[in-house]
Design a protein around this ligand. Structure first.
Ligand code: SF4
Ligand code: SF4
Length: 306
């Protein structure tokens, strides 16, 4: 899938064209693309903003942390673009529409089709009354929304691999969104952007790439290799330091249960909160939030095991 909208002439719809070019420059750098790709990236953002590339965002069993992370995408995207301009046809946390109006927006979007479906949260298969939309069980709602979508993007650990909702006894019967759709016969371009929460660059960067260039290269778990190719351990500043023996010690936290050697993502090098911090910067061991076992294995060791 390439170029969701075939119209080559973008319309700025009230946003400053220089702002789109500034964002396009950042996005091109994000993907390691040259200057020649800046106009394409800028146009992709513009299409997100003016509705030519609509996005339908659903929330199942989750804490909305991925949405909060999305809103922290500055400086890649300014907050005003996300909240005032970006054409999220419907987003359960951000949208102001409620009740019948919200249902009408979603139903109209489904009828028109051609949107990117973003799913945040796991599918509570065993509790149909959880996460309903207009009285419709979430699993039915998800299936109805996935049918006309051009691609499905699972954001966060819960939508990608089940995450915390699927941990332990899993009383809600939580299943990750992509496995659920595949098991129910839906075949689409699927992408997983795991993380608890995912970095905002991963979400915005992937959406714009899908719009302008199609699905990016993915690994065997359907994660974009650009963002999930590197091991956490290989970015870590504590690699050659003595082992930490208690939480708060500055040193390698392997004995405290750090999952850095088996977890992939560029979160430590990229940094959250404007590029400044990561779990490791905050002296927290990596708990493997981008991997398929997150929530299924012990997060920390105490006392330390070395
Ligand atoms: S703290 Fe974790 S990521 Fe860093 S060197 Fe130790 S095991 Fe590797
Ligand atoms: S360091 Fe580990 S736990 Fe922290 S965000 Fe990255 S993958 Fe997730």
């Amino acid at each position: 899938m390439n170029d969701l909208d075939p119209n080559p002439v973008p319309s700025s719809e009230g946003m400053d064209r220089r702002e789109f070019l500034r964002i396009g420059t950042r996005l091109a750098a994000l993907w390691g693309l040259g200057q020649g790709m800046v106009p394409s990236m800028a146009r992709g953002v513009e299409w997100l903003a003016n509705g030519r590339a609509p996005v339908l965002w659903l929330e199942g069993g989750n804490c909305s942390g991925c949405s909060v992370s999305l809103l922290n995408s500055y400086p890649l995207l300014p907050l005003s673009l996300l909240t005032k301009h970006i054409s999220l046809q419907f987003h359960q946390t951000i949208s102001t529409a409620t009740g019948q109006l919200a249902q009408d927006v979603v139903n109209t979007t489904i009828q028109r089709g051609g949107y990117i479906l973003v799913v945040e949260g796991a599918v509570p298969v065993a509790i149909p009354t959880a996460c309903t939309f207009g009285g419709e069980p979430f699993k039915d709602h998800l299936l109805r929304c996935a049918g006309p979508a051009v691609a499905v993007v699972a954001v966060g650990a819960c939508a990608s691999f089940g995450g915390i909702p699927a941990a332990g006894a899993n009383p809600t019967g939580a299943v990750d969104a992509i496995t659920f759709l595949q098991d129910n016969g839906i075949s689409k371009p699927f992408i997983r952007i795991p993380g608890c929460p995912p970095h905002p660059d991963w979400m915005i960067g992937t959406l714009v790439h899908v719009i302008k260039f199609g699905v990016p290269p993915l690994d065997s778990y359907l994660r974009p290799t650009k963002f999930f190719g590197a091991r956490i351990h290989d970015q870590c500043q504590y690699r050659n330091m003595p082992y930490a023996t208690k939480f708060g010690d500055v040193g390698c936290m392997l004995g405290l249960g750090c999952k850095g050697p088996t977890t992939r993502g560029d979160c430590v090098a990229r940094g959250y909160n404007g590029g400044n911090y990561s779990c490791l910067h905050s002296l927290g061991p990596c708990i493997g939030c981008t991997g398929p076992d997150f929530g299924k294995q012990q997060m920390y060791n105490w006392p330390p095991i070395l």
